[in-house]
Write a protein that binds this ligand. Structure first.
Ligand code: AMP
Length: 270
């Protein structure tokens, strides 16, 4: 496994590499990340993983500071997986050049997380644009856990580059909560609660199949979940998975939720 600490290392290592699979991460790796890496190893000749906690996608400085960082453990996981390259860029490697045109989301995309985290997806798209330009991967593997991110990045990158974005299923704990690096900020009781919230939504989604007046049922459920689990729900919405429009049926749709548990913001889609 080659560790690439700057862009000179990167250019040298990737010279002549074709059919490259890329997995961008912010580290504190878990089984969700590992499933993306394994998929890349099955589909591509070589695999590169980046670890970079990207400051521009945090709309809150405190959140950036407390984001879990475990570089040593991450490198040991990646080494065991026999990943070809790990890219650990410095901020200046990524943000050396100024962008000619500012990233702007379409008005219709200012929903869910985009509505509640000002500038977040602009930061994500910007860094994905920069990564794709320097790494030139054939495929980028991204998780459905961050479904809106996957949708927006896919739209931007596939239009601009000859790179495919490959979507990968959400990996859950046996308790059903979606694995996330932010789970390291939660205690055991909170994780059990997160699992119960997910289980509750899975069974709710089955029950509303073919029901009429779904939007009212969804709104009522949002309030019920807040009371039942004593959590602050930021959004709870049923949306179509292809165009993200509000949906009236469960077919081709997912329930998107964001909520705060012990001051940690969690998202899921079911
Ligand atoms: P992050 O390190 O949180 O920025 O995530 C890096 C990549 O891993 C993103 O494409 C995420 O969607 C993906 N990912 C995070 N958690 C999971 C999970 N539980 N299952 C599948 N993919 C995930």
């Amino acid at each position: 496994m080659k560790i690439l600490l700057n862009n000179d290392d990167l250019n040298e290592a990737l010279y002549n590499v074709s059919n490259l699979g890329f997995i961008p991460t912010m580290g504190s790796l878990h089984k969700g990340h590992i499933s993306l890496i394994k998929k890349s190893q099955r589909e591509c000749n070589k695999t590169i993983v980046s670890i970079f906690v990207n400051p521009t996608q945090f709309n809150n400085k405190k959140d950036y500071k407390k984001y879990p960082r475990n570089y040593k453990k991450d490198l040991s996981i990646l080494n065991k997986l026999k990943v070809n390259f790990v890219y650990l860029p410095r901020k200046e490697d990524i943000y050396k050049s100024k962008r000619a045109k500012k990233i702007k989301l379409d008005k219709k995309d200012k929903i869910l997380c985009a509505k509640h985290r000002n500038g977040h997806f602009e930061g994500v798209i910007d860094i994905m644009d920069r990564f794709t330009k320097i790494i030139k991967p054939k495929k980028i593997f991204m998780g459905e856990k961050d479904f809106q991110q996957l949708y927006l990045v896919k739209k931007f990158i596939e239009e601009k580059y000859n790179t495919k974005i490959i979507s990968c299923k959400t990996i859950r704990d046996k308790n059903k909560f979606a694995l996330s690096s932010r789970n390291l900020l939660l205690n055991k009781t909170a994780l059990i609660k997160a699992g119960n919230v997910a289980k509750h939504i899975f069974s709710f989604k089955k029950k509303i199949f073919k029901k009429k007046n779904i939007q009212k049922i969804i709104n009522d459920k949002k309030n019920e979940i807040e009371k039942l689990f004593n959590i602050k729900v930021e959004y709870f919405e049923l949306r179509n998975i292809r165009n993200f429009k509000s949906s009236n049926k469960t077919k081709d749709s997912k329930i998107f939720i964001s909520y705060y548990l012990n001051k940690v913001r969690l998202i899921d889609n079911i």
